[in-house]
Design a protein around this ligand. Structure first.
Ligand SMILES: Nc1ncnc2c1ncn2[C@@H]1O[C@H](COP(=O)(O)OP(=O)(O)OP(=O)(O)O)[C@@H](O)[C@H]1O
Ligand SMILES: O=P(O)(O)OC[C@H]1O[C@H](OP(=O)(O)OP(=O)(O)O)[C@H](O)[C@@H]1O
Length: 333
């Protein structure tokens, strides 16, 4: 298992070794047919079917290493790229649609604080000290009076590596800046739709999602948003193998698109075709095939998963028949 000597010819692709993004990344790689075996406790894995080595790193290090060119490609949060100040050193290839959350200024509900300016000159605890310092530098500039500015007064930012939400309760801070999970809008929409159809369904649905629960449990409320973030695929500006980077990118795009779309197939009277294809215009155009009975045609079209139930209802209303929905395992769009 001489991994180290096999690395020079391989593209280095970093993914988070743990935490919120790890499982999503592993399933994305599997979907893109990037096959690997990771030996227990090893943070490097060779990909069996492509000249790639996966490197499992903490999310902040991924931003830093891709920015500095030690690693060619990586998946991390947009927040990490900005906190590590490597925005100019990397190319952001793709938003991945998971790890969606907001970096927010939070205060104890009981503090009576409602406006960001009430925190000026006070103490903020965070793991995002770079972003927090930038954010409060502007707030201080706006709200501190000239006398305080002349005295060099400013909001104090203190770094902690985790469990930020405990800082106010422990008397360490007046406010914190921390991530707050955001329910994916798509999932929320779906849930509302499914509840409308069956009010007793899916009551445990929320427990598996990022929720904002930590903030609530810690007795905190958000008073301002510093940043909205999600997981992104990033590359160094000079990757070692640009064509392999393109290949991986288009495979990952395919996996993401496959998650977003389904394939609808239905029959409709020729006279109703125009109205039907308005509902299912497809990505380029729908495929239309004649049937033995010349009054009817068959239509095939990719439809956003999000809207498909509504589209099917409307197709039925205009007289479409034999409406079938197919899951897409993978695609190139
Ligand atoms: N609650 C959340 N909801 C959605 N995405 C999140 C959430 N918390 C963090 N993230 C995203 O995941 C990235 C990694 O955060 P995470 O806390 O999982 O990392 P970690 O510190 O490596 O893991 P751990 O907290 O297990 O030590 C963040 O930079 C952010 O982009
Ligand atoms: O809105 P929620 O879904 O409740 O998630 C928010 C929490 O998630 C992150 O921490 P994480 O749990 O990853 O652990 P950490 O405190 O060790 O960073 C973040 O720092 C919040 O504390």
């Amino acid at each position: 298992m001489d991994l180290i000597h096999q690395l020079p010819d391989r593209l280095l692709f970093a993914i988070p070794k743990k935490g919120r993004l790890h499982e999503h990344c592993v399933s994305l790689l599997r979907g893109a047919d990037i096959n690997f075996h990771r030996y227990n406790r090893l943070d490097i894995a060779l990909v069996k079917n492509l000249p790639i080595a996966l490197v499992f790193l903490p999310a902040p290090d991924i931003a830093k290493f891709v920015g500095e060119g030690n690693v060619d490609l990586g998946i991390t949060g947009q927040d990490m790229v900005e906190e590590c100040q490597v925005t100019d050193k990397i190319d952001k290839i793709l938003e991945l649609g998971f790890g969606c959350c907001k970096l927010q200024v939070q205060v104890p509900i009981k503090s009576g604080i409602n406006q960001i300016e009430e925190l000026v000159g006070k103490k903020i605890v965070t793991s995002f000290d770079v972003l927090a310092s930038k954010y409060f530098a502007e707030i201080d500039q706006k709200y501190l009076n000239d006398e305080d500015k002349a005295e060099g007064k400013k909001t104090k930012i203190e770094y902690v590596s985790g469990s930020v939400e405990a800082a106010c309760a422990l008397g360490l801070a007046d406010g914190i800046i921390d991530l707050v999970g955001e329910l994916l809008k798509i999932i929320l929409k779906k849930l509302i739709r499914s509840l409308a159809q069956n009010p007793f369904a899916n009551t445990n649905f929320f427990t598996s999602l990022e929720t904002g629960e930590t903030m609530k449990v810690a007795g905190l409320k958000a008073i301002s948003t510093v940043l909205e973030t999600q997981a992104i695929l990033i590359r160094n500006k000079n990757p070692s193998n640009p064509s392999l980077v393109s290949k991986i990118t288009s495979r990952i795009k395919g996996v993401i698109a496959a998650k977003k779309y389904v394939l609808l197939n239905y029959n409709v009277l020729r006279d109703d075709l125009k109205e039907a294809t308005k509902l299912t215009p497809g990505r380029q155009a729908p495929t239309i095939s004649p049937l033995e009975n010349s009054n009817w045609v068959e239509v095939q079209s990719m439809v956003g998963k999000d809207d498909v139930a509504e589209v099917m209802d409307k197709l039925e209303e205009i007289g479409a028949r034999d409406i079938m929905l197919f899951k897409i395992d993978n695609c190139r769009v």
